[in-house]
Each structure stands twice: as C-alpha cells, then as structure tokens.
Write a protein that binds this ligand. Structure first.
Ligand code: GCW
Length: 653
C-alpha cells in the first residue's frame, strides 16, 4: 500500500489500521473542527471497502466528561463519540484510530478525560531556520528569516500532535532574538495568524515566545520597566493588535533574567511585576503568560562553593507564591539543574500553592544523546510525575500538585521542548518518535505505564513478529538506563562537551561559570548539598524528603553524588565501591550498545528500509560515542583515584 503522507508519519498511516468498519460519518455541533473530522474520516476510510457502521461525533453535554475529554459508546451499528468541547471529538476520533491499530476487534467504548488541562510543546526554532538544541534538521516553521510555505506539512504536524492529545504550542525559541521580536507586530502577525489557523483546525492553540525587552527592541520606548506607563501601554497595544487578528491566540512564553536575557531585574522590579504586567495586557482577551522559572546565576565563580545553582529556582520563586496574577503560569523544569539524564525533582513542585504552574520536560535529547543515541524518556518522566512531594503528607505526587493547586486550577499542566524538525521522519532518529508519541499519551493519562506506551507506539508504527516486538520493546525500555550508565554516574551530570553538550568532557564545565561542578579529586566526587555541611539545598524539600536526601544512607543511590560528596571507597548497597560502580556501569553501558546493534540487525527484514538504515547508522554513532564515554570516564577516575578495576578490564592508564 502506498502511503499518502509526504513525511514519515507511520504511527498515523491508514495502512497500520487492522480494520475500519465505518461507512458513514455524522458530526453535530463540531463547529470549527468539522472540516478536519470529515477530512480525517475520509482519509482513514479510503483504503477500506465501505464499512457497515456509522461513526457519530457529537458535542453535547456529557457530565462524566471533563475538560476536552471524550466518551465513546459502541453498539451494534453505531459508534458514538460525545464531548463537551469540539476538541474532544478529535481526541475521541484518534482513540478509535489507535484502537484499530492495536487490534482488529478493539473494545472502543471508553471514558477518557485528560489529567492535565494544558498539554503543550515548545519549539526552540529561530527565524533563520536553525533550531536551538534541534537534532532533526532545520526548523519546520522558518527559513532564512521567512515563514515557510508548506501548509500540507503543517497540517500533518498538527494532526500528529493532536493525535496524541497535545493542545497548545509555541513556534519560536524562548531566546527571542532581534528579528523574532517583531512576530508580535504588524510586520508578521498575518503569518502567525496563518499558522494559528492551521493548528486550530486540529484543536491546538498557538502561543509565541516574546522578548521581554520588546518595547525597546521593536518600538521607541526607552525602557522595559514593568511599572512604567509607556511600557504597559506598549504591551496593551500589542495585545490588542494580536487579538484583532487572532481572537483565539493563546498568549506569551517568557524567558526573562535568565542566561543573559533581559528582564525586570534590570529595573529593580520583581518577576511578579514583570509577569503581571504582561498578564494584565492579555487579560481582556483571555490570554495566558507562561513565565519560565529557569533563573540562576550563570556567572558563578567556580571557586565559590556556597552558591548552588540547584537552589536558584526555589530561592527565587517559592517566596513569591501568591504574587502572580491569575492568568500567569510559572513554567518549571522537571529538575533544579537542567534536563540531565538523572537529577533530583525540582522542589518547587510541592512548595507552590497559590501559583499556576506547568512542568517543563525536554523531549529534545539535548543531554540524552541528541537523537543519535536511543533514549526512551517516558520512564524518566514517569518517575518525575510520580515523585512524592509530601506537600500534603505522604502520597502527594508532582502530578497531584499540578492538578490540585492553586484552588480550582484553570491553567495547569505540562509542557516540553519538542524534538521535531524538517527531517523526513520528523525526529532525526526514528526511535525518537516514541518520545513525542509517548509524551502526548503520558500527559493525557499519566496512569499509563512506560511499557504500555512503548508497545502502543511499536504496534502503531511497525508490523512486527512477536519476537520482533519484544526485541524493539527491550531496546526502548532499557535505553535510558544504558545512556545513564555510560555517561555520568550516580546523578552527578554535566560531564559533557561545553556549548553543544554532545559527547564526554569530564572537566568541560568544571572551571566554568555555569554552576555545574562535580568536584572530583583524588579521594572522591560529588556535590554536598546537605544542610549539615553543604549548600543547604536539601532543605527546600518537605520534611520526609529533606531527611531522605540529607543522609547518605537514605539517599537513593542513583542520586547519591547529586546530594553528597563521597569517597571512591564508599560501599554501595550492591556491595561495590563507588569507583568499582563507575567502572562496571561504563563497561556495561557500552556492551549494551553492542547488543542493540545486534538486536536491530535482527529486525532488518521486519522494518521498512528507511527506518532500518536510519537506526543502523545512528547505532554506529552511538557505539563510537559510548566507547569514548566509557574510556574517558574510566581513565579519568583511574588517574584521579589510582584504584584498579577489580575485574582487570582494559583501562587506558
Ligand atoms: O539547557 C539550556 C539550553 C539552552 C536553553 C536553556 C533554556 C533555550 O542549553 O539552549 O535556551 O536551557 O531552557 O532556556
């Protein structure tokens, strides 16, 4: 069967359906999504002979349904999808597609309500066509400082995102450079509107990242002081202009006073002053401000061991709980540092009760192999969402906090830096599609397991034998652990090449200004973040977690060096010393990559050629790079410690 998609959209291709019994479509009250639903119905019906069932998609008051959820009821000759909002019908429709991918006679009846209201992605795309931390080719939206003209592809993209329940996006980098600052002006608002319309036809709301200093950059205002009337006027006029063109525009994402970006600190104002000023401008139109909490001192002196970057977000924002307007949302990275392969969960989750919050993940594999290495991230994200904050006693997970506070949360949820670009398969590494797919599925329904999600994606994407399915599932499910093993040990992080962050450089950031140190010496390594003898970061957690992390014995070992400076000789629960653990995991991680290569070769006959070549080539690079990691880390720690590998394996001394 030929695929009708220009780009590799295998998880949505009609040929992956096992059956399609529908002959007729009826939609009611679906308003602006009607055309999309009709188009999609035809698309999936075409390869199949006329079915004998009717599919009815109806917006009607359905009390069991919340937010943009849906309910599906199947009887002998009808499948009826109902939702309170038209968007729910799209998600219900894709539930049906998914079900027929998984089985020939699926159980369609269901009630499915999303856990999170905001289910968003953030592009870090620049107007010149580059993508900050992009590993899948050029920007989807921009080329040479122009908006791309490729509606068909935008439609496919919108469909792909909505098929997994994503309902909002930004199209441009949070580092808003000079030209992009004009997106909110008359110069580009029509192009933005065009994109907003396409995404809306699949239920996605479009937002823009804005430059906090836009009044200076794009107008003649001589200040960006949030309390200055001229500045407030600028933002009000800007909001009016945008909403005049795009009444359903979502709002702004702002990176302020972060990594040299402008912000209210320049004027001696607080972040609440800055965010609320933008909130006020958007308020009449129902718009939202996402204000990023990624604020820290990036000019730290490495000699200074008291300043701890991990503390920064909490130190800045916890005291401001309650100061933000009700259409302002704090956007908080999952960890207190920066998307490392392993780090603690941000203690801000659990400390804010009067502030809207979204959690920010990174689907783009900046620190997890840059879409050259396999790294299925759903298991990591699940650990974050399931982390017990103890905010209201035991069993108050991060996910609970996100839906519980502030009272009657109107604007809560999850967002993520996305991993897509102009590459044929969207994500560079074919298997990285599973991260985008899984992200959407997980944040809609966090009760799904990482394994269920991986199985779904495999089943939707390939037709494999049972053995083949097991093989691919094993590759995905073990990949995060593997990447962690051959890179940085026990939660320490950051041993990467500076700037581009790919490949090992153990001291690459050790004497730099970014606040990311491991303090390895001849006796040991790790960052002491305890109250007793270190930076006091552990105190940012609620009682139980504070005690757990404050003490070596109760600190989960995968985070041991994140919280404590430990001697190489310290014995872990496995009975191994830390130095032996470092050697073992680095050998094991590398060996696992060799196994992936064999496993993938065994799938040659079962997957399409493009996938096969794509993953095969990337595995070769993963092999090369993992070997480099293994040997550099092992040699480095041998030279520091002088301790031999107990198993006598090759270390380049
Ligand atoms: O991790 C860092 C990245 C930067 C990024 C920043 C952020 C967009 O290396 O490229 O800038 O995080 O999240 O703002």
């Amino acid at each position: 069967m030929t695929t009708k998609l220009d780009f590799d959209l295998s998880w949505l291709a009609p040929e992956t359906l096992k059956a399609w019994p529908f002959g007729e479509l009826k939609t009611e009250n679906a308003a602006h999504l009607k055309e999309t639903l009709v188009k999609e119905f035809d698309y999936y019906s075409e390869p199949f002979p006329e079915g004998d069932k009717a599919l009815r998609l109806i917006v009607e008051d359905t009390p069991e349904v919340t937010l943009d959820g849906y309910k599906v009821l199947e009887d002998k000759d009808t499948v009826k999808v109902t939702a309170n909002q038209p968007e729910g019908l799209i998600y219900g429709f894709f539930h049906i597609v998914r079900s027929y991918q998984q089985s020939e006679q699926p159980e369609l009846s269901t009630l499915s309500n999303p856990k999170n209201k905001i289910r968003m992605i953030n592009h870090w795309d620049n107007f010149d066509g580059s993508v900050e931390r992009g590993y899948a080719g050029k920007s989807l939206f921009f080329v040479n400082n122009e908006f791309r003209l490729q509606d068909e592809r935008f439609n496919q993209y919108a469909k792909m995102l909505s098929s997994v329940g994503i309902n909002a996006l930004t199209i441009n980098n949070v580092n808003v450079h000079q030209k992009e600052s004009y997106f909110i002006t008359d110069s580009y608002i029509r192009e933005v509107k065009h994109l907003a319309e396409i995404f809306r036809s699949y239920g996605l709301t479009l937002f823009l990242s804005v430059n906090y200093a836009a009044p200076i950059e794009v107008d003649w205002v001589d200040s960006a002081d949030p309390l200055d009337d001229k500045v407030r006027e600028f933002w009000k006029n800007t909001a009016e202009l945008i909403y005049e063109h795009i009444p359903y525009f979502g709002g702004f994402v702002v990176k302020a006073d972060s990594e040299n970006r402008p912000g209210p600190f320049t004027y001696g104002r607080t972040h609440a002053d800055g965010a609320n000023m933008l909130g006020e401008a958007l308020k009449p139109f129902g718009g939202t401000v996402f204000w990023r909490a990624f604020v820290y001192d990036n000019h730290q002196d490495w000699r200074d061991k008291k300043t701890d970057r991990a503390r920064a977000a909490y130190d800045h924002y916890a005291p401001m709980d309650g100061d933000f307007a009700d259409n302002v949302v704090l956007q908080i990275k999952n960890g207190p540092m920066d998307f490392q392969v392993r780090e603690a969960v941000s203690p801000l989750f659990g400390s804010l009760r009067k502030t809207n919050q979204v959690l920010e993940f990174q689907i783009a594999q900046e620190y997890t192999g840059q879409q050259k290495h396999i790294c299925y991230l759903i298991p990591m994200w699940k650990e974050v969402l399931d982390f017990d904050t103890y905010a209201d006693g035991p069993d108050t997970t991060v996910q609970d906090m996100l839906v519980k506070y502030p009272e009657n949360p109107e604007r809560n949820g999850i967002t993520a830096v996305v991993n897509t670009g102009m590459d044929e398969n969207w994500t560079g590494h074919k298997l990285a599609q599973a991260n985008l797919y899984g992200y959407g599925r997980l944040i809609w329904d966090p009760s799904l397991s990482a394994e269920e999600i991986a199985k779904e994606w495999i089943q939707a994407t390939y037709s494999l034998s049972d053995k083949g399915r097991e093989t691919l599932l094993d590759m995905l499910m073990t990949s995060w652990d593997t990447y962690e093993k051959y890179t940085s040990p026990l939660g320490i992080g950051w041993m990467v090449q500076p700037n581009h962050h790919y490949g090992p450089n153990i001291d690459g950031y050790e004497y730099d200004m970014w606040g990311t140190y491991h303090y390895s010496d001849r006796d040991g390594l790790g960052v002491d973040r305890t109250v007793a003898t270190g930076t006091g970061y552990t105190r940012q957690y609620h009682g139980e977690n504070y005690e757990m992390y404050e003490n070596v014995e109760s600190t989960p070992e995968e985070l041991l060096l994140f919280f404590h400076h430990m001697p190489y000789s310290h014995e872990l629960k496995t009975g191994k010393t830390i130095i032996q653990h470092i050697y073992d995991t680095h050998f094991e991680g590398f060996d696992k990559v060799l196994e992936y290569q064999k496993q993938w070769e065994s799938l040659e006959k079962e997957v399409d050629d493009a996938s096969y070549q794509n993953v095969k080539e990337r595995l070769e690079e993963q092999h090369r790079c993992a070997r480099e990691w293994r040997d550099q880390v092992n040699t480095y720690y041998y030279r520091k410690s002088g301790v031999d590998d107990a198993k006598g394996r090759k270390i380049y001394k």
